[in-house]
Design a binder for this molecule. Structure first.
Ligand SMILES: Cc1cc2nc3c(=O)[nH]c(=O)nc-3n(C[C@H](O)[C@H](O)[C@H](O)COP(=O)(O)OP(=O)(O)OC[C@H]3O[C@@H](n4cnc5c(N)ncnc54)[C@H](O)[C@@H]3O)c2cc1C
Length: 294
């Protein structure tokens, strides 16, 4: 399987899709169906999350391996610090190496839902940078890290956040994927200041189409991102009409992607929430039209 870092130099944009390990067999069947639909569209890679609190270690590993083997897609395995000792991480990375997985997204991780704050495990890593270093010690691997257009909720300001982003890149991160956002100017603001700080690796925007009005509150709470007031008002105005809300969400997402690509973003990372039909639709449309070409 290809190392993602070799794809980063391509002249064509990268398109990637993020899945999470489903809790039920039905959920897993739906995810597999989504993956089957994705294969002909040849995404650059798919990524699989690591459950909050490190709760899906085995499942994430099994799904990553099966996507690589059964669907022949390049896969990025998310790994997180939360709830793990250094030895746990070493074992996990050794298992991935054994399975032929060489692409990782190194993250601090979120605490489980029932815990309000992030908690450090004895003899365990505290920040994503430590995982970047541990991955890089394995040799020829590609490692991505996270960045936050609306700044990380715990960071005092964007500048502090960017100082740590730079350290992650200096430690060996090959690419960056952003938290989801709905205002492209936030993304370009982040990129501009990251470049000023000396971060030169690709910063891939993370995007998600809104398909239900109920998602708005959730996004604001989960990712601390802002949604343009006009978009919220438009969605709420049609909140009674599910089909219309989906159309608005898809149209907004497609125009957001076109603007990002035309203004030089290196690709799009779609947060699918395992409901990838909406993301497929946007991706297929962009792909068919080559809409990023200037
Ligand atoms: C693309 C993407 C995918 C994600 N996938 C998952 C997933 O699969 N599982 C999951 O649980 N969560 C996931 N998350 C959520 C992420 O783990 C959380 O948002 C987490 O709070 C921050 O992760 P990070 O890797 O940016 O952490 P870090 O880089 O460790 O940063 C966390 C905070 O600490 C500060 N900081 C960074 N380094 C240092 C340092 N050396 N010293 C002091 N302060 C520092 C930063 O400014 C920031 O405020 C994902 C997020 C993104 C954007």
């Amino acid at each position: 399987m290809a190392s993602i870092k070799h794809k980063l130099n391509s002249r064509e944009p990268l398109f990637s899709f993020e899945f999470f390990p489903p809790k039920t067999e039905k959920g897993e069947a739906a995810m597999r169906e989504s993956l089957r639909e994705l294969v002909p569209l040849k995404p650059s890679f798919v990524s699989v999350t690591y459950g909050a609190g490190g709760s899906t270690r085995e499942k994430t590993r099994r799904i990553v391996k099966s996507i690589q083997d059964e669907h022949c897609l390049d896969v990025v395995a998310h790994i997180t610090c939360y709830g793990h000792t250094y030895d746990d991480i070493r074992r996990l990375l050794a298992e991935y190496r054994e399975a032929g997985i060489s692409n990782f997204l190194a993250l601090r991780g979120d605490p489980p839902r029932e815990e309000a704050n992030w908690r450090l495990t004895d003899n365990g890593p505290q920040h994503a940078i430590e995982l970047v270093k541990m991955c890089k010690e394995m040799g020829d691997v590609s490692v991505g890290v996270a960045a936050f257009p609306d700044k990380h909720p715990e960071a005092p300001d964007l500048q502090t956040d960017l100082k740590f982003l730079k350290e992650k890149v200096e430690a060996g991160a090959d690419f960056v994927i952003t938290q989801l956002f709905f205002d492209n100017d936030r993304y370009f603001h982040l990129v501009h200041h990251a470049r000023e700080e000396g971060v030169s690796v690709p910063i891939i925007p993370g995007i998600m189409p809104i398909t239900k009005v109920g998602q708005i509150e959730k996004f604001l709470e989960l990712s601390a991102c802002s949604i343009p007031k006009k978009l919220v008002a438009h969605l709420e105005e049609h909140g009674h009409d599910e089909q219309r809300v989906q159309e608005i969400g898809l149209a907004y997402c497609a125009s957001q992607c076109v603007d990002l690509l035309r203004r030089g973003a290196p690709g799009i990372h779609f947060y699918t929430l395992n409901q990838s039909r909406a993301c497929h639709t946007v991706y297929a449309a962009l792909h068919a039209m080559g809409m990023w070409r200037r």
